[in-house]
Design a protein around this ligand. Structure first.
Ligand SMILES: [Fe+2]
Length: 330
């Protein structure tokens, strides 16, 4: 420590004056004496003193040290400023999340597929309406399945429509504002409030642009009322778990864009109104072993797809209104 105030050079002398001013003449005089004694007794050499001085000087001007300070500062800024910025923007926009859950993040974090689910699959398995026992061998397959006319007897196929759903939501206080998952896909409708505020002409597409939306029915009173119009599909295993929410998808033409579902169970859909085309594709890492393919379902059909494994997209024929109830089992 004391070695850095020795005087091997003129620069060192200037440095020493600085130190004297800071520490006081008395203290530095004692250090000078200690230096002289060290040199005289051969405890250290002049070169060693100069080297020690250079190291001390470099501590003050070490670029690595400066870089470290910058790095710590940047990390601190990100940790503190980012949440503050996010909360501020969310508050100003009056929304809970101004960055939506997006497929880029999901895609970046999904596990790599082993491709076993798609090898040799070129089309869905198409089954005629069948009993639970007949369906049992296929119950937990990742093979896409259509069960023809499986839900054609549901009251929902006749009674459920845009106006029924709108009136139901408007009759339950707080249902439209409930914090349930909402997907607007490519449409300009950003919330259930927008969906149920459509003009009659836009809602039946006699005017305006096509729209397609989907949302989770997580509001218990609404879900209970809707489930009076549809049971669970009769062919599913009796012990299969069902979630406490269902999903409604409805609209025109656009359908869902290609995506994976991040859900815990297998998916079933009941196609209540309109035809819908499905496009399935394996994960990109399976392109050399598997192939994409498409199929369509008709009103009354049930479709089962492991949408956690198969990338999927939908389109609806021009001018047709599609209404689907979706849920999970497993
Ligand atoms: Fe999906």
């Amino acid at each position: 420590m004391f070695l850095f105030i020795s005087r091997p050079t003129r620069t060192l002398g200037y440095r020493m004056r600085e130190v004297r001013e800071r520490l006081g003449e008395d203290f530095t005089a004692k250090l000078d004496e200690l230096h002289r004694n060290s040199l005289r007794t051969g405890l250290v050499s002049k070169q060693e003193l100069e080297e020690a001085f250079r190291k001390t000087r470099d501590i003050d001007h070490n670029p690595n040290r400066l870089n470290l300070i910058w790095l710590v500062g940047i990390i601190f800024f990100i940790l503190v400023a980012t949440p503050v910025f996010y909360e501020t923007i969310s508050f100003l926009l009056g929304v809970r999340c101004f960055l939506p859950n997006n497929y880029l993040v999901w895609e970046a974090t999904r596990p790599i597929s082993d491709c076993e689910f798609c090898k040799g699959v070129r089309a869905p398995l198409i089954l005629a309406n069948l009993t639970r026992e007949e369906f049992a061998p296929h119950a937990y397959s990742s093979l896409p399945i259509i069960v023809k006319k499986a839900v054609a007897h549901w009251p929902a196929q006749k009674d459920l429509n845009y106006a029924y759903i709108r009136d139901l939501y408007q009759s339950v206080p707080g249902a439209i504002e409930a914090d349930c998952q909402f997907q607007h896909f490519n449409s300009d409708l950003k919330s259930l409030r927008d969906v149920f505020a459509l003009s009659p002409e836009r809602s039946n597409l006699s005017q305006g642009a096509p729209w397609f939306v989907g949302w989770s029915v997580c509001q218990p009173a609404v879900l209970a009322e809707l489930r009076k119009l549809y049971p669970r599909p009769h062919f599913l295993p009796v012990d299969a778990e069902m979630p406490h929410t269902d999903f409604i998808l409805m609209g025109y033409e656009q359908g869902a864009v290609m995506h994976l579902d991040y859900i815990p169970r297998l998916m079933w859909q009941a196609q209540l109104k309109g035809n819908k085309s499905w496009f399935l594709a394996p994960a990109p890492e399976c392109d050399h072993q598997c192939q994409p393919f498409s199929f369509y379902v008709e009103p009354g059909d049930a479709v089962l797809v492991d949408t956690r494994l198969w990338y999927h997209a939908n389109t609806i024929p021009k001018g047709q209104f599609s209404l689907t109830v979706q849920s999970e089992y497993g």
